[in-house]
Design a protein. Structure first.
Length: 92
């Protein structure tokens, strides 16, 4: 799966790493639903960190689409709330 972190670039993430992303997305959405800013910040940081740590950077010349687009580090809860679908940031 190709994941884009806005303002940072694209990463190729394998199936095992994407399974963990689903769990982190659930934690992020729950924090937003509760209005829990500290938990939201921690969950967003963990989600982005997992992509960076387990993903392989994709060349900027790659013109293919991203299957998943994540907000940049430091995004506000309101900004991320606007990006959520009914299934969180990660559909499925």
């Amino acid at each position: 799966m190709i994941v884009r972190i806005l303002g940072e670039g694209q990463f190729k993430v394998d199936h095992e790493a994407s399974a963990v992303l689903d769990q982190l997305d659930t934690e992020l959405e729950a924090a937003i639903d509760r209005g829990d800013e500290p938990a939201f910040s921690a969950a967003l940081s963990a989600l982005l960190g997992h992509v960076r740590e387990h993903g392989e950077s994709v060349s900027p010349e790659h013109l293919g689409p991203s299957e998943l687009i994540l907000p940049p580090e430091g995004s506000s809860m309101d900004e991320v709330r606007k990006m959520l679908s009914g299934e969180g940031l990660i559909p499925g």
